[in-house]
Design a binder for this molecule. Sequence first.
Ligand code: FES
Length: 122
Amino acid sequence: MSAAATGTPAEPPAGPVWVVDLGPDPTGRVGGRAIVRGPHGERVLVVRTRRGVVAVAGECPHRSLPLDEARVTGRTLVCPSHRWRFDVRSGACRDRGRAARLTVYRAWRAGGHLFLAAPPPH
Ligand code: FES
């Protein structure tokens, strides 16, 4: 499953899915970002990158601090608090020896709207 998407998902998500229609894409142009509410009311960071829209949990899995100002470069998100790095496609921490995993949402655009889907259970 890709976290960066620009169209309808290629395959239907497995299991129960909660989808949120965010309306017109709130991220605007490349580099744009927004904090939105996910399918369960949780905070979700949405960032537009050159590869598409990335949507991840709005709080870091390390100490639950906000990721509002996190830097996203390519496939890597860097937490502004302690600089842990996460893969925005898998959620895995890229720093050796750290098992924390960032929640990644499916995001896609259709009909001029941006949609989010809850990640499958682990
Ligand atoms: S809160 Fe993100 S790395 Fe510590």
